[in-house]
Design a binder for this molecule. Structure first.
Ligand SMILES: CC(C)(COP(=O)(O)OP(=O)(O)OC[C@H]1O[C@@H](n2cnc3c(N)ncnc32)[C@H](O)[C@@H]1OP(=O)(O)O)[C@@H](O)C(=O)NCCC(=O)NCCS
Length: 168
């Protein structure tokens, strides 16, 4: 199911047919350099997709596939995930793309429409992104979609920066 469209992208639900392409992306150490648990195996990627499908059943948010419209290429994911930071639950906007798709504005394009989904469809007053200190590309995406550096924190034992938009 398509969740949103941009000029170049579909934001859509994952399905099991994405497994091969998605496993290549999540199995790449460069893509997973900034992540809690590092690269994922094919089996872990299947479990990831399974969790996404469960979330779609129960919720009107989730982690969605980013697909290039011109050739149906899976580029990665972008979506909304509830996260607990210092004991408080917030909705996080997250994104991750395959290396060969970096630097073309795709993450900004995907994150912009997912931000709008959070603001206008879900009417969330407050949205965060949890970003490791050295992940400058990710800071830039957050800034470009109107998020601001809010504070330093820790997440999963790592030092992170919290970017946010709106008010709690
Ligand atoms: C973060 C990520 C999604 C960015 O994707 P992208 O499609 O390359 O991003 P965009 O092309 O939309 O670029 C966004 C901005 O970041 C900048 N940028 C991209 N890579 C950069 C880098 N390595 N260093 C500094 N800035 C960088 C771009 O120049 C652009 O800013 P500008 O328009 O002011 O020039 C991608 O690098 C990625 O998937 N990384 C691995 C996963 C990850 O870390 N996800 C975030 C976890 S918090």
């Amino acid at each position: 199911m398509i969740v949103a469209k941009t000029t170049r992208l579909f934001i859509r639900q994952f399905h099991y047919a994405d497994l091969e392409e998605f496993a290549k992306i999540l199995g790449d150490p460069e893509v997973m350099r900034f992540s809690l648990n590092g690269t994922k195996t094919r089996i872990e990627t299947r479990e990831f997709i399974e969790k996404c499908l469960e979330t779609y059943q129960a919720c009107d948010f989730g982690i969605w596939a980013v697909e290039r419209r011109e050739d149906q290429q899976l580029l990665g994911y972008c979506g909304l995930v509830p996260q607990k930071v210092e004991g408080e639950r917030f909705m996080e906007l997250g994104y991750r793309l395959g290396v060969s798709f970096w630097g073309k504005g795709y993450a900004t394009e995907a994150a912009t429409i997912v931000r709008d989904y959070a603001l206008f469809r879900l009417k969330l007053p407050y949205l965060i992104s949890i970003i490791e200190g050295e992940n400058i590309a990710s800071w830039r995406v957050a800034e470009k979609i109107g998020m601001r550096y809010e504070r330093d924190s820790t997440f999963g034992g790592k030092a992170v920066r919290i970017y946010s938009r709106g008010r709690k």
